[in-house]
Design a protein around this ligand. Sequence first.
Ligand code: PMP
Length: 427
Amino acid sequence: PEGRIEVAPTPRPARKRNDKFADFPELKDLKTQQAVADLLGVANPFFREHDGCAGATTDIDGKTHINFASYNYLGLNGHPAVAAAAKAAIDKYGVSVSASRLVAGERPIHRELERRIADYYGVESAVVFVSGHATNVAAIGHLLRPKDLVIYDSLAHNSIVVGAALSGATRRLFPHNDLDGLEEILIQHAHSHERVLVAVEGLYSMDGDFPDLARLVKLRDRYGFWLMVDEAHSLGVLGKTGRGVSEECGVDPREIDIWMGTLSKTLSGCGGFIAGSAALVEYLKFTAPGFVYSVGMPPAVAAAAIACFDLLDQEPERVAKLRANGVRFVEKAREAGLDTGSSTGLAIVPVMVGDSLRAVHLSNRLLERGVNALPIVHPAVPERSARLRFFITADHTFEQIDEAVAVTAEEHAGLAKAGFGIKMAAA
Ligand code: PMP
């Protein structure tokens, strides 16, 4: 028809060019590692394609595997009530809210979700961001200034580290879960800074252990810092009813100055939240660039999270099942002689391997035998502390857990016997 605009056919052939981005040293290192792995016949385990919704099992290359690589802790992603809530929200509001909430306006569903989160912790208010990572970056980056001090656990997530760097504040790390170490830093440095933030996690995602929250609150009372707890992995997981690390440690959640959490694990979506006092939330909602200048959360994601909170209330047995499964995994693994580090068996269990290439190879061997567990290698963990990380879900059966542990122990012993990795390092 007249006035029709001709659109060039897609995809267009890629134009070859002398790519300056290829010069990044990190990319060159990656290419070298990949070349060594190729030489040794070790396939790349990252970015594998999964078909369907990953839970206790997942389909890769047309084959069903027992899955330990998703944060679907309570098995709520794929739950019919969660999917129905998301679909209904799309029908009502569309897929996107199409701009920042500040200018494009609120949807009732945002407020409802924020109320649920605030009530969950018994605090005044909450605000949701479109990404968990961006939540820490936006909040920490905006709450602290160059005159301030941020102290965090040495295993704190990258988003905490990046937020602290963005703030320009002085940064100090304390050894993992070592609160004596934290107190030493406070004694030496806290008095010379205006504001001090101490950031910890409710459950550490690499090691599966958690901090002594009651003692942290006492330290906060003595030294007067802001205590921030990232509940990415502990919401829905720790505590008898899944209310997180405060329930696990018998601490009143209103004692914590800043609750942070993600929607990407138990709550089956993506995004993050900050919960605490009304002033804290108002400050972030009106002034934090990561919220003010970013689109509002998609309605379907907010609706899914609300449905997950409903299910947490209605089916607390999921939390108990997750705990039983994790304990089963850790006990069986330790019986089989595997090193699970300091894991409490609450949802996250590492199996220590040491050498990075050996960890990758072990993961590939497990995949061949129907078990999907991903390797964690440097720089995500310190050099020589590579591991396979197992995320347990409430939907796993004891049979699946027992089989996975048996296969892991067998393959792990096989590689150790062959000296894989050490031999490689010498080559
Ligand atoms: N905090 C912690 C402790 C995390 O482990 C993660 C990611 N797993 C994040 C924040 C970022 O969350 P998201 O993946 O939802 O962006």
